[in-house]
Write a protein that binds this ligand. Sequence first.
Ligand SMILES: [Zn+2]
Length: 477
Amino acid sequence: MARRNKNLLRGRGVCFQDSTAPAKHAATTKRTHCNRRAFVRSGVGAAGLLILTPSLGVARSELPGLRGPAIGVPRGMRGKEGRVVWQHDPQAVKWTGSGYWWEDANTDQARVEQMLSLGLRNLTDAGTDTAAWNALFRHFNRGAAGYTPGESIAIKINLNNAHDPNDNQPDATQHLVLALLKSLILEAGIPGASLVVYDATYASINRGRIPDRIFNYCRAPGGQFLNVVWVDSYGGNGRTAKVLTGNVLTYAVSNSCGAQIPTVVKDAKYLINVPLLKGHATAGVTLCAKNHYGTINTGKDHTYIDPLNTSVGNLPRYNPLVDIMGSPEIGGKTLLYLMDGLYGAMSLDTTPVRWTSAPFGNHYTASLLLSLDPVAIDTVAYDLLVAAYNDPNQTGKATSVANRLPNADNYLHEAAQADNPPSGIVYSHGGTRFQSLGVHEHADFSAPTIGQRYQTISLRYNASPVNLRATSWTAYS
Ligand SMILES: [Zn+2]
């Protein structure tokens, strides 16, 4: 065990090196960047992780390619590949802990709209929200066209805990859903009728039901907002019940994940993935990739995504999330990844808690993450969760999550190297093997200096640990 500890400590250092990015992505290639002090600090964090995981069966250090140089090929707009924008505004969330976190008055609508606006502009380097959307549509269409009237946009929100409208479990925040709809309708000029907000997860256990707190709130502006289509597994009261396609997804390894998706997703040209920032008792984390377990039909294999379940083989191994991330119907349609981290949670089915890890300062996470790289954005969120679980002062930690976190990024390693993954699995669609789905490189958010790509963040840490205004951090640049 002592040897394993030593390896783990070394592995969680903050030496950033990228020697794998091809020449065409030279803008993102970084030199080795090591900071001794940061290295020592990160070791303390890693030790904390070990304490939380005494029964861990597979040590992180046993897996190849889990740390060190960035792996994969960053995705995004030219010159901005791999960028993850992190908007943090502590004043956007105001819940005192009494009542429900999701009550309208507990989140500041105007500040959330400002966070989204800044995030869109920082992601695209555009001067206005309208220009930012136009840049995103043109990037998606390889420069050929912007949005064309008649095209549909599906918006996947996370309502996996919405079986009871009157509990404090984490689900999508209505303020962000409305901010997104306002931006799309008022700034991008998309007709309300071309927007579909959905979560098509399990009806059998009463999850994924669109609650009134979101539906009514987002229709309150009237006009075009009344034309937005809302799809869940139930229908009724203005919601539309999902209709499933035939089999459109394929998996490299047979598993119990569904191959069907809602027709509104099949018919959409674009998809906006709006996941939550949460730990997960089976997968370790549930972020952008796993949000689509609410897109596919029932099944949602949990054996392969559980890093502790060796009944399907040791790590590194196949992960169906990679097939979903690379599917032309899901990953291939994704216009934007927009993570709702306003009330980040330690696990699913648990009340959001205040985070003591930097930079949250014992406040709710009050964050949005935006990216065009599905691997990079989940990597940043994963690292934030690891930092929280490493913090001895953090409350609300779940043992099930802590036990899985060290290897919960297996799917990111597979996705980043989807053309030649550590598992040796051939991920493909229609006979064509996947290319890399994005870039993966760890940071230690507890360290005072956290690597060249994160310098902007570390400078902000030093300047103002808890900023009182919306702050933009470019996590990857
Ligand atoms: Zn990793």
